[in-house]
Design a protein around this ligand. Structure first.
Ligand SMILES: N[C@@H](CCC(=O)N[C@@H](CS)C(=O)NCC(=O)O)C(=O)O
Length: 236
């Protein structure tokens, strides 16, 4: 796919499969929640090696990326920072809330590798997680800690106050994993995750994910190694 085919009238957000692409979900849900106009272009994963095909539009060979007036911005964090230049509501207003939101977003972006590896985001399947490990337990405890800190300090209902901002977008894929794998978190963290999943764009993302025909066997097998399948729209 050549970039010219995407059109340049409006920013185009190129995403992967809604069922699996946790990184794509972040800028997508943020733009949807803020009502930012964009064209969605979904480029499905085909097998385990999409690098050459994705390199035609994304320098890293990965999604998401944002194409705007012939400029390509790749990596979800860079995309979110570009969105912040366009719309100040991307980050919270107060310095303290902004500092917290940015720190948590970066921590999520570079961390939580044990939970990410053990519990891939799979929207269509309901699992029960069974492979606890010290690394996963530590990350879940940290997740509880940072959600509690955000809600207590900024008084909710979102992570850095009354409005949905980028930090909530970064937590949306985690909310899918928490619910999809029944991960053990505190009741206030579970309530916060449920609040994210109830948002209209999240409901739409999940129902569109469930309607997708593509199956990523590698992700599905990873999940099945670590968890029992409770309900699935997809037999392997
Ligand atoms: N750090 C990158 C990670 C992007 C990433 O890993 N994207 C995955 C999809 S969720 C991808 O494009 N993988 C290529 C592939 O599966 O072939 C970001 O934040 O955007």
């Amino acid at each position: 796919m050549a970039l010219e085919l995407l059109g340049d009238a409006m920013a185009t957000l190129i995403i992967g499969n809604k069922n699996y692409s946790s990184w794509s979900l972040r800028p997508w849900v943020l733009m949807e929640m803020l009502g930012m106009p964009f064209v969605e272009h979904l480029e499905p994963f085909e097998g385990s090696d999409n690098y050459d095909r994705f390199r035609e539009f994304s320098p890293s060979g990965k999604v998401p990326c944002l194409v705007e007036d012939g400029i390509t911005i790749w990596d979800s964090l860079a995309v979110v920072e570009r969105l912040a230049e366009i719309d100040p509501r991307v980050w919270p207003e107060s310095i303290a809330a902004r500092a917290f939101a940015r720190s948590v977003s970066c921590e999520i972006h570079s961390g939580f590798t044990a939970v990410r590896a053990a519990c891939p985001m799979i929207c269509r399947t309901q699992f029960r997680f069974q492979k606890a490990s010290p690394a996963v337990d530590r990350e879940l405890a940290r997740l509880d800690e940072l959600i509690a800190q955000g809600l207590e300090t900024f008084r909710g209902p979102f992570m850095a106050g009354g409005q949905f901002t980028a930090v909530d977008a970064f937590l949306c894929p985690i909310a899918v994993r928490v619910s999809g794998f029944q991960l053990p978190l505190s009741s206030s963290s579970l309530d916060y995750c449920a609040r994210l999943l109830a948002l209209e764009p999240m409901q739409r993302w999940i129902s569109e994910a469930r309607a997708e025909p593509w199956v990523d066997e590698q992700e599905e097998l990873t999940a099945r190694k670590n968890a029992v399948v409770l309900t699935s729209d997809q037999d392997l």
